[in-house]
Design a protein around this ligand. Structure first.
Ligand SMILES: *[C@@H]1O[C@H](CO)[C@@H](O)[C@H](O)[C@H]1NC(C)=O
Ligand SMILES: *[C@@H]1O[C@H](CO)[C@@H](O)[C@H](O)[C@H]1NC(C)=O
Length: 360
């Protein structure tokens, strides 16, 4: 049980800090626009947040009757209001300045609700934002005088697939703003490139320009970059037709389109990414199995390949001599050497075959 004097002390502490809170740094106010109704919603949400944050639900044993009486008096006390106002807006990450400004403007109105209205029956948002400040309208109402949103012939609001312009605010003209895929005055139709399936509008296949159903076979027409073939839309390989890209670029086919990408700077023209996909070289350079190489580099490569070739021939001659007397063992060794050469050549950048093909 907390001594009364301590409660009183806490109360004054709160009073002190609230007077500090009430004068927010005006220079920090951002000019970002926010509609009045939204501001009010943010404020009342914050109020409700702190209202539940300051509820003291459980008795901690002891004199139950006394505790209950104390709780009752606390639930609508000035002390609790001060605690709420102390926290009000501080939990917000967005629009905090808007919240503080409005909190200051409506402080006295809020107090009126706190002390004179029944929180169980009178909702703060309705009381403050709709009735008192007249910033908002009830749900499904719009405009200055809160006209009901128009309903379609099934008494549904925008066919259940949209909301009315200005819904819940004092603004707007009440026309339907449809969700993606829906259109029409009451969102009763499917938008372009959507089709109706079990009274839901579903997106057409990406290849379709309008469709009657699911998949690439239900297109009415094909979008650009696709072509109709046996009732289906097929991607056009733009890169197969002659040079759409510049000389120093290569073509990459995409679904429904294509892209030109720059060749490696060592190539003059190329057929793909990297320095080993060149098809033409600048003067002074020679094309060698997809690479543009200078004179010195070329000799270096020839020298390296010749070195390897010598090694292989040497290995073969030696094994033939050593195993002259045993044919089977000689054959076995030659196979091993052949495998060794094969793997070595496969992993080397310029292999023997290419060398022979490029000899001219
Ligand atoms: C209603 O307002 C929206 C914009 O909020 C506008 O696009 C539309 O044309 C307006 N409709 C009428 C009938 O004024
Ligand atoms: C050549 O280009 C193609 C396509 O961009 C790429 O897949 C391939 O890996 C490239 N070859 C080399 C050796 O970089």
């Amino acid at each position: 049980m907390i001594p009364k004097i301590l409660l009183l002390y806490l109360f004054f502490l709160c009073k002190l800090s609230i007077s500090k809170r009430i004068s927010p740094d005006l220079s920090s106010l951002r000019t970002g626009k926010l509609e009045d109704c939204q501001r009010c919603k943010i404020l009342t949400d914050s109020f409700k947040h702190w209202l539940s944050g300051t509820s003291r639900g459980k008795h901690e044993g002891g004199d139950a009757a006394w505790e209950e009486a104390k709780l009752k008096s606390y639930s609508r006390s000035e002390m609790r209001l001060v605690e709420i106002q102390e926290g009000l807006c501080s939990e917000l990450k967005k629009y905090q300045d808007h919240c503080y400004t409005l909190a200051e403007e409506v402080e006295q109105v809020l107090e009126k609700w706190w002390f004179y209205e029944d929180p169980e029956t009178v909702d703060l948002y309705t009381w403050l934002c709709i009735d008192n400040l007249q910033y908002c309208c009830p749900p499904n109402h719009f405009s200055e005088s809160c006209i009901p949103c128009p309903l379609d012939k099934n008494n549904k609001l925008c066919g259940g697939h949209g909301k009315c312009d200005g819904d819940g605010t004092r603004k707007g003209n009440g026309t339907c703003i449809c969700h993606t895929g829906y259109t029409g005055n009451y969102c009763e139709e499917c938008s372009k490139n959507f089709y109706l399936s079990n009274s839901i509008c579903m997106p057409c296949h990406k290849a379709c320009d309008g469709c009657s159903g699911e998949g690439v076979n239900s297109c009415n027409k094909c979008k650009n970059g696709w072509i109709m073939q046996s009732k289906s839309c097929i991607d056009i390989d733009e890169c197969s037709s002659s040079s759409l890209c510049k000389e120093n670029q290569y073509c990459v086919n995409r679904e429904g389109s294509y892209k030109c990408k720059n060749c490696d700077p060592s190539c003059k023209s190329c057929k793909g990414d990297g320095s080993a996909n060149c098809t033409l070289c600048d003067d002074m350079y020679t094309l060698w199995s997809g690479k543009c190489v200078g004179k010195e580099q070329k000799y270096e490569i020839v020298f390296n390949v010749a070195k390897r070739l010598t090694l292989y021939i040497g290995l073969l001659i030696i094994s033939v001599f050593i195993f002259r007397n045993n044919k089977y063992f000689a054959a076995f060794t030659i196979v091993i050497i052949a495998i060794y050469i094969f793997t070595l050549e496969n992993s080397s950048t310029v292999n023997l075959l290419e060398l022979i093909l490029n000899m001219n």
